[in-house]
Design a protein around this ligand. Structure first.
Ligand code: JHZ
Length: 407
């Protein structure tokens, strides 16, 4: 459904970017089913009231977060490390009282909760994706299959009592009805509890032209000011923010009941910095659009030249993000004949919209391509480090964030 008023505060939304017709980014069809996919118009706007950047035309959650949703957080060593640190940080800061409860929204394969489960801390993951939840359960993580909203929060509270921590990483921005999450948090949080949100940060996306962070699942692109306004609208208060390295640049937002925590000096400082960047201004989005058009032109130009010169090229990482890149730029099997990926659920399938075949990353060296287009640029250190034999054999990585370059 296309909106022209803000889903949160109801003010007018000013359209600022249109990335065209796009498929569901995590729906990897079998080759025989390619062509019967769901598409939508990927366009974002800025709310003229609360400044929340949001998509104008949003797919229903049931199209995106299906029982067989293929993304697994644990495929990356970097993410495994990050979420082990999150669990440790929560244990040391928020979970020191008697028998605390942690609820994670979008617990995926249990990458964060498994550390807390091992430590014997009461926890519950909430996730609609059955396959990921089964993996989590094998690691001793308790999972409730379904979406988190006010109703499920009330059921959880009745059964388990209040939560000291509600955590959501790369999940909260995916929910069009943001109010359902915040109202659920209001129901479930202990009086002195916190809602901790980790998500992409608009400032980082705009500063580094990470246009592929815009795809169906990212209904909202969070900024400090807009998250603060949303929390306030739904009866909560943003009390702290902290930049994170996760996924190549993100932000942690800590939200509490009003007046229960003193907002930190760091929050005030970062909010002032953000205001100086003018994130909601048309000029910033004009620069972003010009930047992404340059990347698209340079990337297609490079791939076309390489293929015309007889070089072999493969993609690496069938990421959700790459749906935006391939579909916006028109990169199909003619330019990138296959994509390597370590996720069994994606192998043997084709990429959404452009239908590039996906092959097990274990076969990357059979033989190496001349060039590998790193769609999973957010895991560059990990992948380039592990695949160092590729460069030693003369191969080159192609990256396109913040500009098209070879390494
Ligand atoms: P990765 C997903 O985005 C979807 P994606 C979601 N919307 C979101 O916000 C973020 O995650 C958090 C593969 N891989 O992490 C695995 C290798 O093959 O960038 C994945 O398919 N070898 C919830 O999909 C893909 O690359 C490796 O060594 O953009 C990475 O996907 C590694 C590290 C990954 O997230």
């Amino acid at each position: 459904m296309t909106v022209n008023t803000c889903r949160i505060c109801g003010s007018a939304v000013r359209p600022c970017l249109d990335l065209g017709r796009q498929p569901v980014s995590n729906a990897f069809p079998r080759p025989a089913d390619a062509g019967a996919e769901t598409f939508f118009q990927l366009a974002v706007g800025v709310c003229t009231g609360c400044t929340m950047v949001q998509q104008l035309d949003v797919l229903g959650a049931e199209h995106m977060f299906t029982p067989d949703y293929p993304y697994r957080s644990s495929t990356s060593a970097g993410l495994r490390g990050h979420f082990a640190e999150v669990a440790q940080w929560l244990r040391e800061t928020e979970l020191t009282g008697p028998d605390p409860l942690v609820v994670e929204i979008g617990s995926n394969d249990g990458v964060m909760l498994r550390s807390l489960a091992r430590a014997g801390i009461r926890h519950l993951g909430v996730d609609p994706c059955v396959g990921a939840g089964e993996t989590a359960a094998r690691d001793g993580v308790r999972v409730r299959v379904g979406f988190f909203d006010e109703r499920s929060a009330a059921v959880i509270r009745a059964g388990e009592g209040p939560a000291q921590v509600i955590f959501g990483a790369n999940t909260i921005s995916h929910v069009g009805d943001l109010g359902s999450i915040f109202h659920g948090a209001v129901r479930l949080l202990a009086d002195d509890g916190v809602l901790v949100i980790e998500d992409r940060y608009l400032g980082d996306i705009l500063a580094h032209t990470k246009f592929d962070q815009i795809y169906d699942e990212h209904v909202y692109l969070f900024a400090i000011r807009s998250v603060r306004a949303a929390a306030h609208t739904y009866g909560l208060e943003l009390v702290d923010t902290e930049p994170l390295d996760m996924h190549g640049g993100a932000m942690r937002f800590v939200v509490a009941r009003p007046g229960r925590r003193t907002p930190t000096a760091r929050l005030a400082r970062m909010l002032a910095e953000e205001d100086r960047m003018g994130l909601a201004s048309p000029a910033v989005f004009d620069r972003f659009r010009a930047g992404l058009e340059t990347i698209a032109k340079d990337l297609v130009g490079l791939l076309t030249d390489l293929r015309a010169g007889g070089s072999t090229v493969a993609g690496y990482g069938a990421t959700s993000k790459s749906a935006t890149v391939t579909n916006y730029c028109g990169i199909g099997p003619g330019l990138v004949p296959l994509v390597y990926d370590s996720t069994p659920e994606k192998q043997g399938r084709v990429t959404p919209g452009m239908h590039i075949p996906i092959v097990d990353a274990a076969r990357f060296a059979e033989p190496y391509p001349d060039y590998a287009l790193l769609f999973a640029w957010n895991h560059a250190d990990e992948i380039i480090g592990r695949e160092r034999a590729f460069r030693e054999s003369g191969g080159r990585w192609i990256l396109y964030v913040p500009d098209v370059h070879l390494v």
